[in-house]
Design a protein around this ligand. Structure first.
Ligand SMILES: [Zn+2]
Ligand SMILES: [Zn+2]
Ligand SMILES: [Zn+2]
Length: 332
């Protein structure tokens, strides 16, 4: 069963996809469904002997182009709708053990191009109103396949967190006449203290009011609503900054750091969002020390209010030092 149910108390759609319970869970590397297909083995998701990057529809989709009818009838209080949309998998490389941090900037540039292409293609679909590019990395995040990959969801509406950002940015624009993200970029640039890395077109910083200890936001210096608004040099700058930030993350505690990456950009519903959408990537690792995780507990889950045990200016300094160590060791 897949369907979307409306929560009338919070005003949010929830997606249900029960068949996902049976999906492949952490297979051994010699039976990885995301590796290239090998002769005399069952074909994998990619029927080729090798590939650079690959994108395909998720075999266990929660949102799809031709969704089944819902399993229950909706009411005026509890509307139900088919789970229309898209769920795609983006394979970063045919090397089973490589992570984004291990890839060179040229390959990361190709990935940025693939993201931009998929954004454009999914945006053109009638039922897709928000394209969400993300990555869950590491078993502590709940990843079920280790082969390095990201995902793209095409939602039939603007999902709650993205909508909250856009509505807040709209209010900010009404009050101050500016894009809140542009104001944040200018303010962080002037303060400098929370910046972890920057280049000509992009900046990475720990947000002033970060939710997680080692949270990082990567933002275009110039107002660009989506990947499609970036010039080629701006795309390459993003790839270069990804390399710096991710090798820094791995140097932080000396192991490949798990995280969730979320990309926020302009919705594709033809709404009035272009002046308040400012392309950015949010990295949220769960680690607060090498062996302790930040769990979402009472205040975060029950009240929606994040409590952070660390000082953003201090974690930014730690991350800057990690970026320097990575550069000195040649990893970056
Ligand atoms: Zn693999
Ligand atoms: Zn802006
Ligand atoms: Zn955001």
């Amino acid at each position: 069963m897949t369907e979307r149910r409306w929560d009338p108390t919070l005003g949010e759609w929830r997606t249900f996809a029960t068949h996902r319970q049976g999906r492949t869970f952490l297979p051994k590397s010699d039976s990885c469904p995301l590796c290239p297909s090998r002769p005399e083995h069952a074909p994998t998701e990619v029927p080729r002997p090798a590939y650079q990057l690959a994108v395909f529809d998720n075999r266990f989709p929660s949102l799809s182009a031709a969704p089944p009818q819902p399993s229950v009838l909706g009411t005026w209080l509890h509307p139900v709708e088919p789970a229309a949309g898209a769920t795609e998998v983006v394979l970063y490389s045919d090397q089973h053990d490589l992570t984004l941090a291990d890839m060179d900037v040229e390959h990361l540039s190709r990935l940025v191009d693939v993201w931009a292409d998929r954004y454009q293609i999914l945006a053109a679909r009638e039922e897709v109103r928000y394209v969400f590019i993300f990555e869950n990395k590491g078993e502590v995040i709940g990843v079920t396949l280790n082969h390095p990959h990201g995902q793209i969801y095409g939602y039939p509406d603007i999902p709650p967190r993205a909508l909250q950002e856009l509505q807040t940015a709209t209010r900010h624009q009404e009050e101050h006449g500016t894009c809140v993200w542009c104001d944040v970029v200018a303010s962080e640039h002037a303060a400098g203290i929370r910046i972890v890395a920057q280049n000509r077109h992009w900046m990475a910083f720990v947000p002033f009011a970060a939710r997680f200890p080692y949270e990082l936001h990567l933002m275009t210096m110039r107002h660009a609503p989506s990947l499609l608004d970036l010039s080629d040099p701006e795309r390459q700058s993003l790839a270069a900054l990804l390399k710096t930030v991710l090798t820094g993350y791995d140097a932080l505690f000396g192991f490949s750091l798990p995280y969730v990456m979320s990309m926020h950009q302009a919705p594709t519903d033809d709404g009035p969002w272009l002046s308040v959408s400012h392309l950015h990537l949010e990295f949220t690792p769960l680690h607060r020390t090498a062996d302790r995780l930040k769990y979402l507990a009472g205040s975060e889950l029950g009240a929606g209010a994040f409590i952070n045990d660390t000082v953003p200016e201090q974690t930014a300094a730690e991350l800057r030092a990690a970026v320097d160590r990575a550069a000195a060791s040649g990893a970056a």
